[in-house]
Design a protein around this ligand. Sequence first.
Ligand code: COA
Length: 333
Amino acid sequence: MKSSTMQGARILATGSSVPDSYINNHKISEMVDTSDEWIVTRTGIKERRLLTGTNQSIIDLAVLAAIRALNKASMNPLKIDLIILATSSPNDLFGSASQLQAKIGAYKAVAFDLTAACSGFVLGIVTASQFIQNGTYQNILVVGADVLSKWTDWSDRSTCILFGDGAGAAIVQACSIKDNGILGFQLNTDGTQYNKLSIAYKEEMYPHPTLQLFQGSFKYITMNGKEVYKFAVSKVPSSILECLKLLNISTNDIDWLLLHQANERILNAVADKLSIHSSKLISNLSQYGNTSAASIPLALDEALAENKIKKDDIIVISGFGAGLTWGTVIIKW
Ligand code: COA
């Protein structure tokens, strides 16, 4: 922590929420030319949750995750100063965080969206820690939520096997400097590679007849899987090592490695590169697939519920994905 830091920041409580409906690999193999065996071998994913039905949106998932975190902390929502909703699949392009603010009754909180795909939760936690450590705010709700099933081309076997829906929340609270739990971070963006993974805005073929204005809409996820795989396996370990070096922490001191849940092979390859034993990897990918900004807080919440994480454990958290963006935040629990 820098010497200008006014106070410490730590994660006080977490919560998560996933839809009830799910689709397993067998069902997907009835829709596209694939198989359970192919998907499990290449990704580790067995099933994913889908937000189906009408009148349900990403906000319903985000609200439930947030309320669960607030309940665990026994916190009145009016105590929240800031809400950061990390999502790339909002239900309003002007921002969805204000709906979350209203629905949980956090009327005193400023609320904004943060768009950074699968790195969104890491960026959200880092942003929250800055607002707290510089003394501006005391309580911040960070929610990672995505419903990428809405943006998936369900006839494209190279992407539809990967993604699922969910939300995870964390309350970041001020504490004394000696109890600081958000130790440091390392963040990156490479915009030259933006088209490797994208939900692009596409213009219509013909302009508005009077205005000569081209309008359009967002379509489906497109991805170069091989390139994204190579990117993750090479850049994530470097980010982690750089962050550990900044904090003078050795890989031997790591208790848990919590990576964005994209692909079991990516998780194992990163752990191998860092010589971290697979027993320290937190993974729930087989049940949920890649839930984008939700994947890290969802896995963290489950690991806490299973009492895996103990006081003072060092957790290395890395997000990576579209942008391309990637980064690490190191936490002492
Ligand atoms: N079922 C069966 N075959 C499939 C398939 C599927 N779902 N998807 C692709 N294939 C085929 C391809 O068409 C190709 O066939 P060909 O050799 O006849 O051309 C073959 O399998 C190999 O395809 P390839 O793309 O090389 O597979 P891969 O080993 O790279 O695995 C991914 C594909 C998507 C699983 C892998 O690249 C990956 O996980 N990348 C990272 C994606 C990711 O995590 N994105 C989100 C980051 S936040």
